[in-house]
Write a protein that binds this ligand. Structure first.
Ligand code: SF4
Length: 400
């Protein structure tokens, strides 16, 4: 298929083909393809000239120039009716979406566990999965981390790390009662949401959280305010809210939802509560937004999107959904073993992205596996360069 554009006519050209394409529909890749096409045309032209000149009519240079001018004329007319030709070279290729994979919060959380193991020795207890990825969790488990979902499973006084998703105030209090040595690996962007929710609560607002009920981050945010909160996800949920119209209300959002994910529900909130308060868009997670934007940008050019990530990772699921929303066949895979051969029927261009909790090694394994399907040409998308880093928890800071 070689990208999505409306070709008005196709001509066979050896094992390739020439497509007539509206000029306005040309992408950067088509322009590159055109350049290749021009190069080949030039070579063919020279060969024909040499052949004709040497073996047949020995035409004059003047006659050839007239033919060339005629071809040029036809090309100019074609341009005027907004058509260009694109040489479509058969072959399958992979586009590595940029940015993809680890965000600053995940890097910090994983580094926190590794440094804690070095500093305090195994075992180190981690409350919940440090990040939502089984490969990462198993790797840290092998190094001596013990993952628990209940503080009662941790011995009194043990070194305990809170995961990147954050915890509620109740959990912090219970950990203190057990005299656990707490190291908080909560992503600073999640902590920011907790503080925002508390600030709104202190101003007397009823708190609405936009997010997925049951997700650990939402549990933590719900438990960070000392009062009832409402968790919603869709505009329909706004209608069902049991809040008086004259109540003071404020909303915060789950970090793994982008601006685009929440725009409709926020509109519905403002419609129902015109004076509702909410955070600035600067407060959304840069990594979530960048990864989703990259998928959106590329979705017009690709036939298949593979999102490498865990099934319980909100970030992974959103990336797959973004691709599907743009009409791209999109699959979420934990690793290369989940790839199905029949996904590649009539597919030329495959894009790969990875969730914020997915290590690059899994992407590389997927790429190696795709060679089995003739996908050997790899291009990396030009994308946003992320330079954000977060400092380590104070107990693990260098020199402490
Ligand atoms: S996805 Fe965003 S909020 Fe979540 S850990 Fe990464 S940087 Fe933090």
């Amino acid at each position: 298929m070689g990208g999505r554009y409306a070709a008005t006519h196709s001509l066979p050209f050896g094992n390739m083909k020439l497509n007539l394409v509206p000029t306005t529909a040309l992408t950067r890749e088509h322009r590159l393809s055109k350049r290749t096409g021009k190069g080949i045309n030039g070579l063919i032209g020279i060969s024909v000239f040499v052949f004709v000149h040497q073996y047949t009519f020995r035409p004059t240079f003047g006659g050839l120039w007239i033919c060339f001018a005629g071809i040029l004329q036809v090309k100019m007319i074609a341009r005027q009716i907004y058509l260009e030709y694109v040489l479509v070279i058969p072959g399958k290729s992979i586009v590595l979406i940029q940015p993809r994979g680890f965000c600053a919060g995940v890097v910090r959380a994983i580094e926190t566990v590794k440094l804690a193991l070095e500093r305090y020795g195994a075992p180190i207890y981690v409350f919940h999965e440090i990040v939502h990825n089984p490969y990462v969790v198993n790797d840290l488990r092998e190094k001596g981390a013990i993952f628990v979902d209940d503080l009662d499973d941790i011995p009194t006084g043990a070194v305990t790390i809170f995961s990147a998703h954050g915890v509620s105030v109740n959990i912090v209090d219970k950990a203190k009662q057990k005299q656990l040595q707490i190291i908080d690996a909560t992503c600073p962007l999640v902590t920011k949401v907790h503080l925002q929710a508390r600030k709104y609560h202190a101003k007397g607002c009823e708190i609405i959280i936009i997010g997925h009920i049951g997700h650990e981050e939402i549990e933590g945010t719900m438990g960070s305010v000392p009062g009832p909160v409402h968790v919603i996800l869709t505009p329909e949920d706004v209608d069902a809210l049991q809040i008086p119209l004259d109540a003071k209300v404020a909303y915060v959002t789950q970090t793994t939802l982008s601006v685009d994910d929440t725009v409709d529900v926020i509109k519905a909130l403002y419609k129902r509560f015109p004076n509702i308060q909410g955070p600035n868009t600067d407060d959304i997670c840069y990594a979530t937004q960048n990864r989703q934007n990259a998928v959106r940008q590329l979705s017009k050019e690709i036939d298949l999107l593979l999102v490498v990530g865990a099934r319980n990772s909100s970030n992974s699921n959103r990336l797959r959904e973004v691709g599907a929303q743009f009409g791209v066949l999109a699959h979420l895979i934990q690793d290369e073993t989940e790839i199905q051969p029949d996904w590649f029927n009539h597919i030329d261009k495959v894009a790969i992205t990875a969730a914020t909790s997915t290590p690059e090694v899994l992407v590389q394994r997927v790429m190696t596996h795709l060679e089995n399907y003739g996908l050997t040409t790899v291009r990396t998308m030009e994308g946003v360069e992320e330079k954000i880093t977060f400092t380590l928890p104070k107990q693990l800071a260098p020199g402490v």
